[in-house]
Design a protein around this ligand. Structure first.
Ligand code: DHB
Ligand code: MG
Length: 219
């Protein structure tokens, strides 16, 4: 029952504050038709990423984990004309669908999509990015963070999705490698003096989860 209420509040806020245009609606229906998992951020989270981009005046954005491009499109639309999102997706089918969705949104010029393992693509990217969204396999989060810092400048914002996972993040005995990757990711952030960070838990249509957010203070 509580879950219903959280979802209803999410839906109401989303309708008021983060309505999806036809491009985002098409993305979700195309993803569903083509059998992609429904792991996209919520509309309100997509809008939050868009707000972060505007708050930081980001021009170059990096996303690790494209899925069908739902968050990619939210972020690309928030950028200035000369801005760009570089996004990386390992799964070829997911990347094909993302490319359709990005084309349909008229954002092809503003999005550079790499279909490969992120750990192979990251070393080839030009630094720095202004905002980096980490939303791929959580096992590799510590490695993604290391690259995110290498690709940062002073003031770069790093956001990690799925940092709560239904509360399992505090289970030190978890045998889920994703949970252990997440815990290590947060431990590294907490110990790295170049970073200042916080975490925010969310409830709503995506269940109980959250974002970790860090700013690079010095590099
Ligand atoms: C999973 C991954 C995600 O990025 C997400 O937002 C939700 C779930 C998963 O792999 O289970
Ligand atoms: Mg996610």
């Amino acid at each position: 029952r509580d879950f219903d209420k959280w979802s209803q509040v999410d839906a109401w806020f989303a309708e008021k504050l983060a309505p999806e245009g036809p491009d985002l609606k098409y993305t979700l229906s195309n993803n569903s038709e083509q059998g992609l998992p429904t792991h996209d951020v919520s509309a309100l989270q997509g809008k939050m990423l868009a707000i972060f981009i505007q708050m930081t005046r980001a021009v170059r954005v990096l996303e690790i984990g494209t899925l069908g491009g739902y968050s990619t499109i939210w972020m690309a639309k928030a950028l200035p004309q000369h801005g760009s999102v570089t996004t990386i997706e390992f799964n070829k089918h997911h990347a094909d669908v993302a490319r359709q969705n990005i084309n349909n949104a008229g954002l092809t010029e503003r999005v550079e999509l790499h279909t490969d393992a992120a750990l192979d693509v990251l070393p080839m990217l030009k630094a720095p990015f202004d905002l980096i969204f980490i939303d791929a396999d959580k096992v590799n989060n510590p490695r993604y963070l290391e690259w995110a810092i290498k690709l940062s400048k002073q003031g770069t914002v790093i956001v990690g999705d799925n940092s709560v996972r239904g509360g399992s993040v505090i289970d030190s005995d978890s045998d889920d490698p994703n949970v252990q990757g997440l815990r290590e990711f947060i431990q590294i952030i907490s110990e790295d003096e170049r970073l200042e960070a916080t975490a925010i838990q969310t409830v709503g249509e995506k269940g109980w989860d959250g974002f970790v957010m860090a700013i690079v203070k010095t590099i």
